[in-house]
Design a protein around this ligand. Structure first.
Ligand code: AMP
Ligand code: ZN
Length: 465
């Protein structure tokens, strides 16, 4: 497996810290609103990465946090806590908001057929761990108290901008918009580890700490939750490109300061989903969700198919027209796969050869479009159906498009089902008795109720029109 590493700016061979294991961390959602399809693009690409690692035989352990405290409106520790913003918007408590949107997130996660992370940990469950880490950072001289907050001193690590290669000048441009510039900071790039003196007196969630009643900064949660569940060495850390700075840059600084050695080797970043208005974002409002797609009649997996047609390191532009084309292509592909018969003998040599080709495509920095070329070539090939079917099944372990699963029947109530089945049986008997007038009348009776029946080789099938 070769992946692009933001840290070295190169495509590198994946060598895990512990042989055969892949320890992966994912920045989870900030649960103050629904995830938009841009957020979900990031998770879909990460899903392919972890499924790809498992396909190569790695024992994958993936950890995801849930940001339910401390992520302020600006990534640079200014503005209101996003969770509080969500709670005010909906006249609910922060925990009600967190609970509702965490559930909504995993409903979308499932609808897009993503592999559940082995560990999901909300930030609010780990406050003691954060406090411990901050105490160590203070002891080691990497953190300082000022104006009743605790800050990380970014001038202390040997090199702070290990990921972003941002320089002071670029950063100055970034902070110019910071109307609330924090005068407690020793350096402009310093960030808050623990807030006690909040500008927002109505901050709902606060905990006792050695520095007074307060709440954690956003970045500490990912370092802490990552180390808690994956140990001192992490293999791959994932997120969207907007996380590179300041979030991941800060995570590296504080984790390595705390551990006293390098922490995570590979940094995997997914580019943004954009639309005509630019980057899709929750704060900008007017964003699209999985429900927006379903309301327009699209299968969420058609969106997954759409995302997989382009490389994760390129921005992806969303439009309804392209989604329509992708949805048609997905339906066609699925139909083709479902037509493959299971009988016959699998050509094991061809299977191994094609599986290898597919794994190479995924292993080539997650080249999903190449992986689809392998799939379409297999479907077009002279191989028998049984071999093709086994290959599709295998490829779908990574693509996860449910290519061999019949579409779930729309929930039909049991009474209707029993009625239609009785009518079909009545029609069968009428036909057997050569009473074709009666048989046709039954067909018409069903049609009048919106039920279409089809005579197929496998017997009579029916569906709602
Ligand atoms: P959030 O819920 O805002 O913390 O973001 C969850 C994930 O979505 C993070 O990894 C972000 O980097 C990522 N993300 C945010 N906006 C976009 C976008 N427009 N396209 C792709 N990923 C995004
Ligand atoms: Zn994070």
């Amino acid at each position: 497996m070769r992946i692009y590493n933001t840290k070295t700016r190169k495509v590198e061979e994946f060598v895990p810290h512990e042989e055969g294991k892949a320890k992966v961390y994912t920045c989870g959602p900030t649960v103050y609103h629904f995830a938009h399809i841009g957020n979900l693009r990031t998770y879909i690409c990460e899903d392919i990465l972890v499924r790809g690692l498992a396909y190569e035989g790695y024992d994958v352990k993936r950890v995801m946090n849930i940001t339910d405290v401390g992520h302020l409106s600006s990534d640079a520790d200014t503005g209101e806590d996003k969770m509080l913003k969500g709670a005010k918007r909906e006249h609910k408590t922060v925990m009600e908001i967190a609970d509702f949107y965490t559930r909504a997130f995993f409903t979308d996660f499932n609808a897009l057929n993503m592999r559940m992370p082995e560990v999901v940990e909300p930030a609010t469950h780990c406050i003691d761990d954060f406090i411990h880490m901050i105490e160590v950072l203070l002891e080691k001289g990497y953190a300082y108290k000022a104006g009743d907050n605790v800050y990380f001193d970014t001038s202390k690590p040997e090199s702070y901008y290990t990921l972003s290669k941002q320089n002071e000048e670029e950063l100055m441009v970034g902070v110019r918009d910071d109307v609330d510039e924090d005068t407690n900071k020793r350096n402009k790039s310093d960030f808050v580890l623990w807030f006690t003196k909040s500008k927002f007196e109505d901050q709902e969630l606060k905990w006792e700490s050695p520095w007074g009643l307060g709440y954690p900064g956003w970045h500490i949660e990912c370092s802490c939750i990552g180390i808690k569940h994956l140990g001192e060495y992490m293999d791959i850390h994932c997120g969207g490109v907007d996380n590179i700075f300041p979030h991941h840059t800060n995570e590296i600084a504080q984790s390595e300061a705390y551990l006293g050695h390098p922490w995570c080797r590979y940094w995997f970043h997914v580019h943004h989903l954009v639309d005509k208005g630019g980057k899709m974002s929750k704060s900008a409002g007017g964003f699209l969700t999985v429900s927006s797609l379903v309301e327009k009649g699209y299968d969420p997996l058609a969106y997954r198919y759409f995302c997989l047609q382009s490389h994760y390191r390129k921005p992806l532009e969303f439009s309804w027209d392209v989604l329509e084309q992708m949805s048609n292509a997905y339906t066609k592909l699925k139909k083709r796969c479902l037509e493959l018969k299971a009988d016959g003998e699998v050509d094991e040599t061809a299977f191994a050869e094609q599986r290898k080709k597919f794994a190479e495509a995924i292993g080539d920095d997650i080249n999903t479009s190449m992986a689809f070329t392998v799939l379409y070539d297999v479907l077009k090939s002279e191989l028998n159906d049984a071999t093709k079917r086994k290959l599709v099944e295998s490829f779908d372990e990574v693509l996860a498009l449910k290519l061999l699963e019949e579409a779930e029947e729309e929930s039909v109530d049991d009474d209707l089902k029993a009625f239609v089945e009785a009518k079909i049986e009545e029609r069968r008997q009428a036909k057997a008795a050569k009473d074709f007038v009666r048989a046709d009348a039954i067909r018409d009776e069903l049609a009048a109720k919106g039920i279409v029946i089809k005579d197929t080789r496998e017997g009579v099938k029916w569906e709602k029109a």
